[in-house]
Design a protein around this ligand. Structure first.
Ligand SMILES: [Fe+2]
Length: 115
């Protein structure tokens, strides 16, 4: 098993429309849904281009931040095909939500959206 660095560098692809398949399959996709007072943040890795999830190559964790503060972390086993995680949040409009995903072979990948 390869262990890519967990302290950086962090890959940030700002425009997925021009990204390679390699970049697309690693970059977290952040979806925001609101229903009444409930806001749900859903992060998917492998959005549009599936990431391999095998014992020697997989997404091992996803952490979600509000600004600089971590608000949720998910540790994943290789059986998590197209890893998708969700958390219900109580955050003010305008909050920057960021997700970081770790691939054990290809390191850290991030994306962000503003609520
Ligand atoms: Fe990977």
């Amino acid at each position: 098993m390869t262990d890519a660095p967990i302290l950086g560098p962090i890959n940030h692809i700002s425009d997925l429309s021009t990204a390679s398949d390699f970049e697309k399959k690693h970059t977290p996709h952040i979806g925001i849904s609101a229903s009444g007072d409930v806001t749900t943040v859903t992060v998917t890795v492998g959005w549009g281009v599936p990431h391999p999830n095998q014992p020697d190559h997989s997404i091992t964790w996803i952490t979600i931040y509000a600004g600089e503060a971590p608000i949720a972390r998910f540790d994943l086993a290789a059986v998590a095909s197209t890893p998708t995680v969700s958390v219900v949040v109580d955050l003010e409009s305008g909050t920057l939500v960021r997700a970081i995903a770790h691939c054990n072979m290809h390191g850290l990948w991030t994306a962000e959206v503003t609520l």
